[in-house]
Design a protein around this ligand. Structure first.
Ligand code: ATP
Length: 508
């Protein structure tokens, strides 16, 4: 795990800015907040919608081999039996009996502390960027307190899932720092359960979907029967998913209610799945770059064969350099014909398709690119967050905070400023332009305060363009001053030039 130098403060700065400017709020804040749930405020919902719309346009509307879908959040419980979620969708959990805190056992690390080969105790640490350093410090402190002479052996951290039963009692709880209170790892089911209908018994049990993908498999037959699809083709869906994460953390990176943008891409069993998988990995990477993520911040994590599920042929995660370290953003998995065959078996309905080209009937295999909306939003925010120094109205250099969003996804595309608010001639032209642009894009009108302050307010929310109506506009040639957020450069443009420029920058 690696992280940018200022990672801790970067996350704090992003969280602070999101709250201050109305991007993201902790859910139920007036009641003290609700862990693992977030609300998107006025700017957040715009940014979120823009990300989803860009994805939908690029992956569904601009492709001839993709169909869209919007399935329900609660589905027949048998779907989750067939998919394997009822039995298998869980994370290993460990409890601290004293503090009552819970940890994900694969995010809790421990190591024996040895001095010249003799074990003197154990250290534990919850997964974090500098976990090795934290563990080494704790080990040095233990040696000092126990007044041990000699050299500390290297600290080799292991997941708590790998601890031997006789070690559970010896490993200290990260909450109390003392051994003896951690339980053995137990499987913790991640699906939220609910009841459907008036009966409260087990027959009424249902689940909130933990992924949107199963809604696609459950509708695959409908789409094959009603659409004019031809192998290879995909079905795409954007929608909410719910997981009762043991330790939701890192802001919106891991929450209990989130949104996914998923595709199931159906291919012939005989197709060159390795080549198609590679194509999807490249397409997905290019898309992330197209919405403003730096290519250098995206890496590939190829899952080793011995860690794959038995039905999976290959999985590659696109990793992004988040403020809290390099973590999964987009999972791209080759899932063979497992899901469709499971549903065929459990529902009794045939999941075969007739391949017109090959003149044969089969259950297709599938490649699944699965992306989180909220993680994409966090990645976009981290890549866009910038601090620099620019001169203010009086020429004095000041620090400024700006979000360098791509115009394609920026929540506000342009801000319109009459130079002075008490000059009706300026206000009239500015309002007219504002009303005209508003019909096409989300734009903002601001007439209060010094012009430099107005620019700064827009920079902080990532508005790429500022348009000022000044005396040259009304007395000379009708042109506007167009200001670029990133360079602060200004130039005069006619209305036609302005609209053409905005079209190119925003609509691409
Ligand atoms: P992780 O290992 O981080 O828990 P995962 O491998 O379980 O993720 P998938 O089941 O492959 O994730 O889900 C696909 C995508 O959905 C992820 O790549 C991520 O972008 C998003 N996602 C999954 N769980 C969450 C969550 N709890 N909060 C926000 N986004 C999530």
């Amino acid at each position: 795990m690696t992280a940018p130098a200022s990672s801790d403060t970067l996350m704090e700065d992003i969280v602070g800015l999101c709250k201050r400017r109305g991007f993201i709020f902790q859910s139920s804040e007036i009641y003290g907040g609700y862990n693992g749930f977030y609300d998107y405020g006025p700017l957040g919902v715009e940014l979120r919608n823009n990300i989803k719309q860009a994805w939908w346009r690029d992956f569904v509307q601009c492709r001839d081999d993709m169909e869209g879908l919007d399935s329900t959040i609660i589905m027949h419980p048998k779907i989750w039996e067939a998919s394997g979620h009822v039995d298998g969708f869980s994370d290993p959990m460990v409890d601290c009996k004293e503090s009552k805190l819970r940890y994900r056992a694969d995010q809790l690390f421990f190591a024996p502390v040895s001095v010249d080969g003799e074990t003197i105790g154990y250290v534990s640490v919850v997964e974090c960027i500098d976990q090795q350093e934290v563990a080494e410090k704790a080990a040095a402190e233990m040696k000092r307190k126990m007044a041990k002479q000699g050299d500390l052996d290297p600290i080799v951290l292991k997941e708590y899932t790998e601890a031997k039963p006789e070690q559970y009692e010896l490993i200290p709880s990260p909450a109390t720092g003392k051994p003896g209170s951690l339980t053995e790892p137990r499987e913790f089911k991640l699906m939220f359960e609910t009841k459907v209908g008036p009966l409260a018994d087990d027959s009424a049990s249902a689940y909130l979907r933990p992924e949107t993908a199963q809604g696609i498999f459950a509708n695959y037959k409908n789409i094959v029967d009603t659409g004019r699809v031809k192998i290879p083709f995909g079905i795409a869906q954007i929608g909410k998913a719910f997981r009762n994460e043991i330790t939701p953390r890192n802001f919106i990176f891991r929450s209990r209610e989130f949104e996914q943008m998923e595709i199931e891409y159906f291919i012939a069993p005989s197709a060159d799945w390795k080549a198609l998988h590679r194509e999807w990995i490249d397409t997905c990477t290019d898309w992330l770059v197209s919405i403003g993520l730096p290519r250098a911040g995206i890496t590939e994590d190829i899952h080793p064969e011995d860690k794959l599920a038995f039905y999976s042929q290959a999985t590659t995660d696109l990793m992004f350099q988040f403020p809290h370290g390099e973590q999964e953003l987009w999972g791209i998995a080759c899932r063979s014909d497992y899901d469709l065959k499971q549903h065929q078996e459990h529902s009794g309905k045939s999941m075969t398709i007739f391949d017109e080209t090959a003149k044969e009937k089969y259950v297709p295999h599938v490649i699944e690119p699965s992306l989180g909306v909220d993680r994409t939003l966090l990645a976009v925010l981290s890549a866009a967050y910038t601090e620099d120094e620019v001169p203010n109205d009086k020429g004095k250099v000041e620090k400024r905070v700006l979000l360098k969003f791509s115009p394609k996804i920026a929540p506000v595309k342009a801000a319109i400023f009459p130079l002075l608010k008490n000059k009706p001639e300026l206000v009239e032209v500015a309002t007219k332009l504002y009303k005209k642009l508003q019909r096409r894009w989300n734009v903002f009108y601001d007439s209060s305060g010094a012009i430099g302050r107005r620019y700064r307010r827009q920079d902080e929310i990532g508005t790429p363009f500022g348009i000022t109506i000044d005396f040259d506009t009304i007395e000379k040639d009708g042109t506007y001053t167009l200001r670029d957020r990133d360079t602060c450069e200004q130039r005069r443009v006619s209305e036609d030039e302005l609209i053409k420029f905005l079209e190119e920058q925003i609509d691409g």
